[in-house]
Design a protein around this ligand. Structure first.
Ligand code: FAD
Length: 463
């Protein structure tokens, strides 16, 4: 079969690799002039690559670890100690070991003990996610840990990721974070270890793309899909010309070139992009019922400012910013995780934000944003000066974080759309776990398996 895969993020590349290995002729279309999607890297100079958005792996991320091994890179992931802090009430609080929680002064001693007991019970005994899908994190936390734990710890953390939607986030989202993220046995109990591939995520993308090409396929970057239409039992895909990414994310803005014929199409693009790719006849074949599901899921955008500094900013890798007066939600100092010597002594800090679409900060350039962040950075480190900044890079990902509210699981669109031969796989279908590259690998495998090989006489999936 000739299969078009739309999107060369982790999910699309893994699916393309599997389909190529299964003997299909695969062509991958990617809007960005590089591979990897949300995990894509950029050249920060001197031959060093860093992810546009901070990335690490958890010890529970076995799908991606297995993929590295399968592609001949069994030792690529290095496991390093992580250090976490919490900035609240004008102070940095270390959150590295469980004992740090018991010392956290923003909570009363009783609230600390209740919180520790509830987290431990959840990690050890709560194997079934179903009860947590029916209740908001706020309700569950207030009931099990007390109001103070919500107001001082979990509320600010969830607000960091989900803004004003924090009160509506389903407990199952937090359940998966608490259950899967951290080993509750062995060395991981004392201090968490996180993974980072030795030379960034880029070698993984390269190996996946090579596998597609070795199987006779093509991986086309800076060649977005602009339109998909039905043609017989298959499809026509029209691509936009190189440079289309400068026109934004909406494929209707790209000049659609000549059509290529495919037997199947696997789209790994966000839900809104998917709908805008469909020509009217194919959209009605997909149907209102399916499209209602895709439209019902809201995304928050990630706004990520990467700074190269001439010195260390803080002693921690990951600082959660719980103080609402500060205009960002996290500080991720990559070179407190991977040693600066790897980068010729250079130091990198990501300033992280998640925002609803239309937020005014999303319209600023790197210089203006740094100006807006400066006072907040000084609140965390009073010595900070913008003179420390040697270079900066700004990236915005509109479909960064699906908003997982109560009942989310029932609204997820299935991989196979009602249009025979058209499959959709994206981060909204990663559930109950939080989306991440490990789950994009798992989803890519499932998506490749969902591409139907046989259709019946009515053009429906025959398997
Ligand atoms: C700020 C941030 C931090 C993160 N941190 C981590 C982390 O620490 N660890 C971790 O494992 N994961 C992390 N993630 C999540 C992880 O990167 C994603 O879950 C994963 O990469 C999603 O892969 P995907 O292929 O499903 O989607 P995407 O990566 O979104 O891939 C979709 C692809 O489709 C392309 N596309 C869009 N429109 C078109 C078009 N018209 N034609 C063709 N192609 C198109 C896009 O350019 C993109 O490449 C983070 C994400 C963000 C935003």
């Amino acid at each position: 079969m000739r299969v078009a895969v739309l999107g060369a993020g982790v999910c699309g590349l893994v699916a393309a690799h599997r389909l190529a290995r299964a003997g299909h002729a695969v062509e991958v279309y990617e809007r960005w002039p590089g591979l990897g999607g949300q995990a894509a890297t950029l050249d920060v100079g001197d031959g060093h690559r860093l992810e546009r958005y901070y990335h690490h792996l958890f010890t529970s991320d076995r799908h991606i670890a297995e993929l590295f091994a399968e592609l001949g890179m069994p030792d690529a992931i290095e496991w390093r100690p992580s250090s976490v802090a919490f900035f609240a009430r004008g102070e940095l609080h270390p959150f590295v070991t469980p004992l740090d929680l018991l010392r956290f002064r923003a909570l009363s001693p009783l609230a600390r003990v209740r919180m520790a007991a509830a987290v431990l019970a959840l990690q050890r005994f709560a194997g079934d996610p179903a009860p947590y899908a029916r209740v908001t994190a706020r309700d569950w936390i207030e009931r099990r840990m007390g109001r103070q734990a919500w107001e001082e710890v979990w509320g600010p953390l969830l607000r960091g990721k989900f803004g004003e939607r924090a009160d509506r986030i389903a407990m199952v989202w937090l359940w998966s974070k608490l259950r899967l993220r951290r080993s509750v046995k062995g060395e991981g109990v004392r201090q968490e270890r996180l993974g980072y591939p030795r030379e960034s995520w880029e070698p993984l993308f390269g190996a996946l793309a090579r596998s597609v090409v070795d199987g006779g396929g093509r991986v086309l970057t800076d060649r977005p899909a602009a339109r998909v239409a039905r043609a017989g039992s298959g499809f026509t895909v029209q691509a936009g010309p190189p440079g289309s990414f400068r026109r934004g994310h909406d494929p209707r803005e790209f000049d659609a070139g000549p059509g290529e014929q495919y037997d199947r199409v696997l789209a790994t693009v966000p839900n809104d992009v998917f709908e805008r790719l469909l020509d009217p006849a194919l959209a009605s074949e997909v149907g209102e019922e399916y499209l209602r599901r895709t439209r019902a899921i809201e995304y928050f955008a990630a706004l990520c400012l990467l700074l190269e500094l001439d010195r260390r900013f803080s002693p921690y890798y990951w600082t959660n910013v719980a103080d609402r007066a500060l205009p960002f939600v996290g500080l991720i100092e990559h070179t407190n995780f991977v040693e600066p010597e790897r980068y010729g002594g250079r130091r990198f800090l990501y300033v992280a934000n998640y925002l609803p679409h239309g937020h005014e900060l999303l319209g600023l350039d790197a210089g203006a944003l740094l100006g807006r962040y400066e006072a907040g950075l000084r609140a965390v480190n009073p010595a900070f000066s913008t003179d420390w900044v040697l270079r900066s890079w700004l990236h915005v990902e509109p479909a960064a974080q699906p908003i997982v509210t109560v009942g989310y699981g029932e609204r997820i669109p299935p991989l196979r759309t009602p249009a025979a031969g058209l499959v959709l796989a994206n981060t909204t279908q990663v559930y109950p776990e939080d989306r991440g590259t490990n789950y994009a690998v798992r989803l890519g495998e499932a998506a490749a398996a969902a591409v139907p090989v046989c259709l019946d006489a009515h053009g429906r999936n025959a398997e």
